[in-house]
Design a protein around this ligand. Structure first.
Ligand SMILES: *[C@@H]1O[C@H](CO)[C@@H](O)[C@H](O)[C@H]1NC(C)=O
Ligand SMILES: *[C@@H]1O[C@H](CO)[C@@H](O)[C@H](O)[C@H]1NC(C)=O
Ligand SMILES: *[C@@H]1O[C@H](CO)[C@@H](O)[C@H](O)[C@H]1NC(C)=O
Ligand SMILES: *[C@@H]1O[C@H](CO)[C@@H](O)[C@H](O)[C@H]1NC(C)=O
Length: 455
């Protein structure tokens, strides 16, 4: 719990402009080789017993079958044929480009050859050589492996080949037995939505097979530890704990995705709510964290701007429970009084029994009383004509219509890779347009606050 508090307070306090590459004095360095993999298995550094040598205390986060919901660290791995309620590599532990020369990512590594947990959760900068000279990967070590050589970095990238772990992706995603593609390849479009941008990174950013590197141990940036650093709660049961004396009642829902930095990402909007850390917002890539002082990308004149992070969208935990984020108003119009509070939305009518566990990250002038505008990718930009256009070169006014967004699940294919799962959620999980809800304020689960940093 303490490490979590430290994590969130540290999180909002750094800038989006410059990735920090700070060498560890006396740290590892040298020349090395790279390969690539994605075997879907819970990584080595996600086991307590493997952290001993490294001096680390919080294992790498691992996930349930959906690749998003956090698993208990005691959960067995989904890597074997006999796995049942198992734990897998989280889908967000893949690479993304910060710009043309710098990427972030995760690697399996060995410094002595073979299994080597001595540097679990340490970070390295991999300086690519040869045709890629000048490109760098800022990476956290989350895994190791028997087949690795000395100074060997096996870069985690979706569709990168499963190696000897034949059953992992087959168990998790019904992937072809032995994973997608040849054990050393893959076809990005056939992968789960959350895997596609990490898969394309190899072809679009890296562009070369298994480049050699010069490497140097560096202090881990928050940009990586925020993804791996939270492992202390259970995957089995979402926690729904009502806030005594919290708000409750009947409400309406709509949906939106305007790409704009949300209201609760501004210090000055947190006043009324008593919260102290604003919602995380992102650079144009939708993944790298922005400084909270960064202006919003919502207007025509925006330059170095801040946007809604792509991971602040919905996902299904199972058929009846989803997690997500909403813009809300309780008094009608702009209403920041409940910034970063959480609610349970119990859907009524045709989808009675389905529930959304949601954090309030935004508000808006056009909202009514007890109105929850559910954030879902491709959900309609409303009056914010320029946000998605600035961020993604979306059509002016966003994808689909400003009010209802894209009209069919097929149109989700036209959205950025990181948006597709959240877009399909509307058609595949929710299934009805703007259902009414009964709502109740609940204690925010870490499953949501780890994404926004606000609680
Ligand atoms: C990428 O970002 C780094 C750090 O801010 C900067 O030094 C570098 O010049 C950038 N590369 C490009 C191609 O913009
Ligand atoms: C599952 O199979 C693996 C590999 O064969 C074995 O190590 C493990 O003990 C088995 N687990 C159970 C619960 O049977
Ligand atoms: C979804 O998960 C919740 C909490 O673990 C459980 O109560 C519910 O029965 C599950 N629903 C389905 C359809 O499995
Ligand atoms: C950009 O436009 C918005 C809306 O028209 C305005 O509020 C803001 O002050 C402008 N910012 C700059 C830097 O010109």
């Amino acid at each position: 719990m303490n490490s979590f508090i430290v994590l969130i307070f540290a999180l909002a306090a750094y800038a989006c402009a410059e990735p920090e590459i700070v060498p560890v004095p006396g740290g590892k360095s040298g020349s090395g080789i790279t390969t690539r993999y994605w075997d879907c298995c819970k990584p080595s550094c996600a086991w307590r017993e493997n952290l001993g040598q490294s001096g680390k205390t919080v294992p790498v986060r691992s996930c349930t079958k959906d690749g998003r919901s956090t698993c208990d660290i005691e959960q067995e791995t989904g890597c074997y044929l006999n796995s049942t309620k198992a734990s897998y590599m989280c889908s967000d532990q893949g690479p993304w480009a910060y710009n043309e020369t710098i990427s972030y990512g995760f690697v399996a590594a060995s410094f002595k050859g073979g299994d080597d947990n001595s540097k679990c959760c340490s970070c390295v900068v991999l300086k690519f050589q040869g045709a890629l000279l000048g490109k760098k990967l800022i990476a956290q070590i989350t895994n190791t492996g028997g087949p690795l050589f000395q100074n060997h970095f096996d870069i985690a990238m979706h569709g990168g080949g499963v190696g000897p772990a034949t059953f992992g992706c087959w168990n998790q995603w019904n992937a072809p037995f032995g994973g997608w593609g040849q054990p050393n390849g893959g076809e990005c479009d056939q992968l789960p939505s959350d895997f596609q941008s990490g898969c394309r990174w190899r072809f679009n950013w890296l562009g070369v097979d298994n480049p050699d590197v010069e490497f140097e141990e560096i202090y881990c940036p928050h940009e990586l530890t925020r993804i791996t650093g939270l492992a202390a709660y259970a995957c089995a049961e979402p926690e729904i704990i009502p806030v005594p004396g919290g708000i409750s009642g009947s409400g309406i829902t709509t949906h939106y995705w305007d790409c704009c930095k949300p209201s609760c990402a501004w210090w000055e909007n947190l006043g009324e709510s008593g919260k102290t850390v604003p919602v995380r917002s992102c650079t144009q890539d939708g993944r790298s964290t922005c400084d909270i002082e960064q202006e919003t990308g919502c207007y025509l004149n925006s330059t170095k701007a801040s946007y809604m992070c792509s991971d602040q969208g919905p996902w299904a935990y199972n058929e009846t429970i989803s997690y997500g984020f909403v813009a809300a108003s309780f008094k009608g119009g702009d209403d920041n009084s409940k910034c970063c509070s959480c609610v349970l939305l119990k859907f009524q009518g045709k989808i009675l029994g389905k529930q959304l566990i949601a954090q309030i990250t935004n508000t808006g002038g056009p909202l009514f009383h007890n109105h929850f505008d559910i954030a879902m990718h491709g959900g309609g930009a409303g009056p914010a004509t320029f946000g998605c256009w600035n961020q993604w070169n979306a059509p002016l006014g966003g994808w689909g219509s400003p009010i209802s967004g894209v009209a069919t699940v097929e149109e989700c294919d036209e959205l950025p890779s990181d948006y597709q799962a959240g877009c399909r959620w509307r058609f595949n999980w929710l299934g009805v347009e703007n259902p009414d809800v009964e709502f109740e304020e609940i204690v925010c689960p870490q499953e949501l606050t780890r994404i926004t940093g606000c609680s």
